[in-house]
Design a binder for this molecule. Structure first.
Ligand code: BTN
Length: 325
């Protein structure tokens, strides 16, 4: 993946202030020719960046955008956040999860965020729509010094950490979690996570936690599943750097507690936000689909499903949906 050049990054930050800029002025500020500016703009447009052109006024990004910035993220991490972080920021990348998967092992917590993803990955091989500059596409590589079998419920804890981030940053908006990984507002998806184990070594497990959170995107563009975003929920735009910092803090706190005590201590929190409990649902697994009533989760974070023959199933994975009546 070719990163943006220093000139391209500067050009983007000039365009991100919401005002129009003429080609001449941009060239002068960046000390390059107008033709070079056009070439970079053409490249941005080809990548799908939302650049608007006005015949008299020039160019701008279509909404005023605060771009991701490592210093701002670090400034908002309190001193209580003690893991050593390596932050990788990209204007564009295929997938932040893929990047961390291929990064050589290190003792640091590796974080990768991007302004856009060209091949964002969702669960069950689905694609994660990742337009430029509006949402959070963030992956974290975390090392757990335990056995893989002790990580049951991890996905739910990650979702609870995102939920706590949103409570902290935007207040209680009645967001719920659909087992195991989807955050929903009014039944519409605002966040999903993709957790990938990279393997066990030296008595530990490395895990990639990939989080996609819809922040400043308006839902005019169409995606198959109903979705929403923080801007639609609250009517205001957010600085994604502040959200990423809070997300890292909440993840750290949640994961430390999870390692020490397992999912059991998160069960009461889960009950408060459980979207499926008491509902008739379908759950699709690679080889079968089960249906029945969702009865909450057990101490390992498994979904309890009472089927039509009154048999109770404890399920560790699957894609859930409400049954249409
Ligand atoms: C889902 O709900 O299907 C999971 C979506 C996960 C998307 C995130 S965006 C950051 C990270 N990189 C990816 O390619 N996917 C995850």
């Amino acid at each position: 993946m070719k990163p943006f050049s220093a000139i391209q990054v500067k050009l983007l930050s000039l365009l991100a202030d919401g005002k129009y800029h003429g080609g001449n002025g941009l060239g002068l500020q960046l000390n390059v020719s107008r033709t070079a500016i056009w070439k970079h703009l053409g490249h941005f447009l080809k990548l799908g960046l939302p650049i608007e052109r006005h015949s008299k006024l020039g160019y701008r990004l279509n909404t005023s955008t605060i771009l991701l910035n490592e210093n701002t993220i670090r400034q908002h991490l309190s001193q209580a956040f003690n893991p050593l972080l390596q932050v990788h920021l990209f204007e564009t990348i295929d997938s932040t999860n893929r990047f961390l998967k291929e990064l050589p092992a290190s003792p640091l917590v590796e974080v990768c965020c991007a302004e856009m993803q060209t091949q964002g990955r969702g669960r069950f091989g689905r694609q994660w729509h990742s337009p430029f500059g509006v949402n959070i596409y963030c992956s974290i590589r975390w090392r757990f010094n335990c056995d893989l079998s002790e990580l049951s419920g991890l996905g739910l804890v990650v979702s609870l950490a995102v939920h706590a981030t949103l409570i902290h940053c935007i207040g209680d908006q009645g967001i719920q979690i659909k087992w195991p990984n989807d955050l929903l507002w009014n039944g519409k998806k605002i966040c999903g996570s993709l957790i990938e184990m990279i393997g066990e070594n030296n008595g530990g497990v490395d895990v990639i936690i990939g989080i996609g959170l819809n922040v400043n995107q308006q839902s005019s563009s169409s995606i198959d599943t109903p979705w929403s975003s923080l801007v639609e929920m609250t009517g205001r735009c957010f600085d994604r750097n502040i959200l990423v910092a809070e997300l890292l803090k909440q993840l750290h706190q949640h994961l430390e507690l999870f390692i020490a005590q397992g999912f059991r201590c998160f069960q009461p929190d889960w009950q408060k936000v459980d979207y499926l409990k008491g509902e008739m649902i379908n759950i699709t697994q690679p080889t079968k689909t089960l249906s029945g009533m969702a009865m909450g989760v057990n101490v390992m974070g498994q979904l309890l499903l009472l089927d039509d023959d009154n048999r109770l199933h404890c399920l560790s994975a699957g894609d859930t949906s409400l049954k249409k009546i």
